[in-house]
Design a protein around this ligand. Structure first.
Ligand code: NAD
Length: 266
């Protein structure tokens, strides 16, 4: 069995999410793609959303080829009407919505102080990373209430709980995600919906390549100096925490932000 098949082998699986419908945004690569395979491996019907049709459709096809249930849906998290349609189509396709992983996001700039931070990048960061997640929850919550509850996991970042220079737009968006996660969690804590956020440090992905470059040795050395654990994280290590938060094993966990950071925040 090659590595790719190993990620999506549905037959050898546990089934924490059997018959659960899981919507994942930003599922065409990186952490979202890893989460798609992980949920599918445990029996979930996954509704995969991204802008890049070819990449996202290929992830869904790989899951189906390995015995899972997956649909790809193209949508832009900067477009409110597309977000509404995304949730409606998920409910129409699978008959409900049990779990949402609001993961799609962009990185913007990481070495520019506030006076020089491009305004258009600030606008895009807030539109996609923050307002996009808010609109996702705006439509996901009623869908979950209609069936008696659910679980939402939002993608924040270590940059959403700790200050870093040079990325104020990204920081604003991710600190915002932590805030709306806590607000939503408290609004629906007694109505069967749990809402949590994950806060990764540097995770191997296209985003990490854009920030640190593609030279593995340089990336590892730089990242090792950041993370006490001495390496960068893997997308699957984030997916594992997302699955736990979405599962019944985390039934008393809500309004929480979990750092997945190799000790960076300590
Ligand atoms: P990635 O670039 O591989 O994945 C980002 C995903 O979001 C892609 O599928 C992309 O197509 C999608 N996306 C971006 N803008 C979108 C839009 N407007 N509409 C729909 N989809 C859109 O990188 P990743 O690291 O997997 O990033 C996933 C999330 O994790 C992001 O929110 C990012 O901020 C967060 N994060 C990443 C790291 C890291 O080091 N990689 C650390 C902390 C947080």
């Amino acid at each position: 069995m090659d590595n790719e098949t190993a990620h999506v082998n549905i037959l050898d699986s546990m089934a924490r999410f059997q018959n659960k419908t899981v919507l994942i945004t930003g599922a065409s690569s990186g952490i979202g793609e890893a989460a798609a395979y992980a949920f599918a491996r445990e029996g979930a019907k996954v509704f995969l959303v991204a802008r890049r049709k070819d990449r996202g459709a290929a992830v869904a096809a790989r899951i189906r080829e390995n015995g899972g249930t997956a649909v790809f849906h193209q949508a832009d998290m900067a477009d409110r009407s597309q977000i509404a349609q995304m949730v409606a189509d998920c409910v129409a396709e699978f008959g409900g919505l049990d779990i949402a992983f609001n993961n799609a996001g962009i990185d913007g700039v990481f070495d520019v102080n506030i006076p020089d931070h491009p305004e258009d990048i600030w606008d895009d960061l807030l539109a996609i990373n923050l307002t996009g997640v808010w609109f996702c929850m705006r439509h996901q919550i009623p869908a979950m209430l209609a069936q008696g509850g659910g679980a939402i996991v939002n993608m924040a970042s270590m940059a959403g709980v700790k200050g870093f220079p040079g990325s104020s737009g990204y920081a604003a968006s991710k600190f915002g995600v932590v805030g709306i996660t806590k607000a939503a969690a408290l609004e629906y804590a007694d109505q069967g919906i749990r809402v949590n956020a994950v806060c990764p440090a540097v995770i191997r992905s296209e985003m990490a390549d854009r920030v640190f470059g593609t030279d593995e040795a340089v990336k590892e050395a730089e990242a090792a100096s950041w993370h006490p654990i001495g390496r960068i994280g893997e997308p699957e290590e984030v997916a594992d925490v997302v699955l736990w938060l979405a599962s019944d094993e985390a039934s008393f966990v809500t309004a929480e932000t979990i750092q997945i950071d190799g000790g960076l925040g300590a």
